[in-house]
Design a protein around this ligand. Structure first.
Ligand SMILES: Nc1ncnc2c1ncn2[C@@H]1O[C@H](COP(=O)(O)OP(=O)(O)OP(=O)(O)O)[C@@H](O)[C@H]1O
Length: 254
């Protein structure tokens, strides 16, 4: 197995509380990996540590064969590791197209001075980005709402913009933290279908999700975290039938 992402012995404290206590797992290249575990297991914190928002106190993160522990988020994005963020953290009045362009233009390597001077290179880059934004919008069936402000979108469309925004960075591996949360069942299905298609086109995905039916349908392998550590991993059926996993969800200590 070639690993797109390898996490080894990752530890992180919040104010002396050991929130990550040694997380170890690999995300196989090309996989649609699921990350599950009871509330407070440390899944979102792990994503934040892996994507450069939090600095781990020990352990390592490798992207492919490159050590990326402690790198700033923009360096990780440039290296191909991207996580999605909720739109609330963005600019709600911008249109869908502007959102996509903003996130594309904000990618590392963009020469701000050239952009300001409107050099030929900057114009070419803008054209490339707008082509990319149109392509992503078409793919996610957002093309008919491209000029709408994101505040006018349905809940499901907002979730698709969050994914589209992350895709503007051309990720090799995409970390998604509950991308279907609060979405109706039919939109959940649509988002799931988009994610399956992206994965089939070669994008490695690591998904945090509480809906076990979705995890079962989408993910292999499934990694289980509990109390800041990796508890086990395997196929959905393997981990679901593991007594330690059942106990973790029931809140029993090991
Ligand atoms: N910024 C923070 N400051 C202090 N403690 C935090 C912070 N973020 C998370 N925690 C704590 O770290 C622990 C793990 O939280 P985290 O959100 O990573 O868990 P999770 O597995 O993603 O849970 P959920 O499934 O409920 O989203 C929790 O006890 C939480 O209260």
């Amino acid at each position: 197995m070639t690993a797109a992402l390898t996490i080894a012995g990752l530890k992180l404290d919040f104010y002396g509380v050991h929130v990550l206590r040694g997380v170890d797992f690999a995300v196989p290249a090309g996989s649609f990996t699921g990350l599950i575990g009871p509330n407070g297991a440390g899944k979102s914190t792990l994503f934040n540590a892996v994507s450069g928002l939090y600095r781990p106190k020990a352990g390592s993160v490798r992207l492919g064969s490159v050590e990326t522990t402690g790198l700033a988020p923009e360096k990780l994005v440039a290296a191909g590791l991207v996580r999605s963020f909720q739109l609330a953290r963005g600019f709600p009045k911008l249109s869908v197209f502007q959102h996509l362009m903003l996130y594309g233009a904000g990618q590392p390597g963009e020469n701000l001075l050239a952009a300001m001077l409107r050099s030929a290179a900057a114009r070419r880059r803008e054209e490339e980005l707008s082509e990319r934004a149109f392509g992503i919008a078409r793919r996610l069936k957002l093309d008919h709402v491209l000029d709408n402000p994101v505040t006018a979108l349905s809940g499901g469309q907002k979730k698709l913009v969050e994914i589209g925004r992350a895709l503007m960075a051309d990720p090799k591996i995409l970390l998604l933290d509950e991308p279907m949360a609060g979405v109706t069942p039919s939109l959940t299905e649509q988002i799931a279908d988009h994610l399956i298609a992206l994965n089939q086109d070669g994008l490695t995905i690591c998904l945090i999700e509480h809906d076990m039916a979705l995890i079962k349908r989408l993910c292999a392998p499934v990694i289980v975290m509990a109390e800041g550590k990796t508890l086990t991993q395997g196929s959905f059926d393997e981990v679901a039938s593991d007594i330690r996993v059942q106990e973790a969800y029931l809140g029993r200590r090991h």
